[in-house]
Design a protein around this ligand. Structure first.
Ligand code: NDP
Length: 284
């Protein structure tokens, strides 16, 4: 068997075309969606992610405002900037690129963002609403994964979803979103003994760890859907996921590639949330 490849790049392109129409309509109604991006320090990966997000914004007609600060910035100055953006009518979404330097408390930063502008979906209010099934900004990577699986025409209800990784931004929320869609969800992590015995039960396996090629064919049930969230840079400079793509594609039924899988969908959901935030704020 050779797995069918789920292209995040292609799905993202289709969704972004629709989002561009929505942004144009909002603009015609007098509201230009705006995203403020805060970047602290000079981590090259963060700079590259921010550049990608700004480019994507420009493509769909979202205005982006970039605020860069040195790594030594004190927490209060950063929080003051967020409070200013919370009341700026041109800004509908606020994104603080993570990780932040160690002396800044990530939770204080996230909690300072107004929930109605929290387009990353990390604020405890949005996380709580997501958990209880209320309308909320969904975190972008988990939402992107859900949309990818649904758009590929894969039924979720009743399926066994195994999530590898339990981070607050990917692992935990992605399991919750699939639970909402009536999957039976199992979480695994670094303390899980005999990982392969559990992953082999998965109809849908979602891997978000950050370890190159952790998951091999021995972890896969034949025909399973395998979603690879990991982004790892190899010594030769190339990117690869947490799943050994070449070996696993001979066993899986569907697979996402890295790059070109979850990444483009994550950014697309950020654009989606920003347009939604603009629509909601305009309606107030
Ligand atoms: P974290 O480092 O926050 O979490 C990693 C998780 O993996 C932890 O829960 C950890 O367990 C678990 N883990 C570590 N080693 C093992 C192991 N040997 N077996 C099973 N579980 C293990 O990472 P993130 O969730 O933030 O990101 C995961 C990956 O996804 C990274 O490569 C990141 O770059 C990528 N990513 C990609 C995005 C995209 O858009 N494509 C977006 C966000 C992330 P424990 O909790 O026990 O420590």
């Amino acid at each position: 068997m050779t797995a069918q490849i789920i292209s995040g790049t292609e799905m993202a392109r289709t969704i972004r075309t629709a989002l561009a129409d929505e942004a144009a309509q909002l603009k015609a109604d007098g509201v230009e969606p705006g995203l403020a991006v805060i970047l602290v320090g000079d981590d090259p990966a963060s700079h590259s992610y921010v550049k990608g997000k700004q480019k994507a914004c420009a493509e769909v007609g979202i205005r982006s405002f970039l605020y860069t600060f040195p790594a030594a910035i004190d927490e209060e100055t950063l929080l003051a900037k967020i409070r200013e953006l919370n009341v700026d009518p041109a800004v509908h979404g606020i994104l603080v690129q993570l990780p932040l330097p160690d002396h800044i408390c990530e939770w204080s930063v996230i909690e300072t963002i107004a929930p109605e502008k929290d387009v990353d979906g990390f604020h405890p209010i949005n996380v709580g609403k997501m958990m209880i099934g209320q309308r909320a900004f969904l975190p972008c990577t988990p939402h992107g994964i859900l949309v990818m699986v649904q758009s590929a025409g894969i039924d979720i209800a009743g399926k066994h979803v195994v999530v590898v990784g339990r981070s607050n931004i990917v692992g935990k929320p992605v399991g919750q979103l699939f639970l909402r869609e009536h999957a039976t969800v199992t979480y695994t992590h670094s303390k899980t003994p005999d990982l392969a015995a559990i992953t082999r039960q998965a109809d849908i396996l979602i891997v978000a760890v950050g370890k190159a090629r952790l998951i091999g064919p021995e972890h896969i049930k034949p025909g399973a859907v395998v979603i690879d969230v990991g982004v790892n840079r190899l010594e030769n400079g190339k990117l690869c996921g947490d799943v050994d793509f070449d070996a696993v594609k001979e066993v899986a039924g569907y697979m996402t590639p890295v790059p070109g899988g979850v990444g483009p969908m994550t950014i697309t959901m950020l654009l989606h949330n920003t347009i939604e935030a603009a629509r909601q704020l305009a309606a107030k």
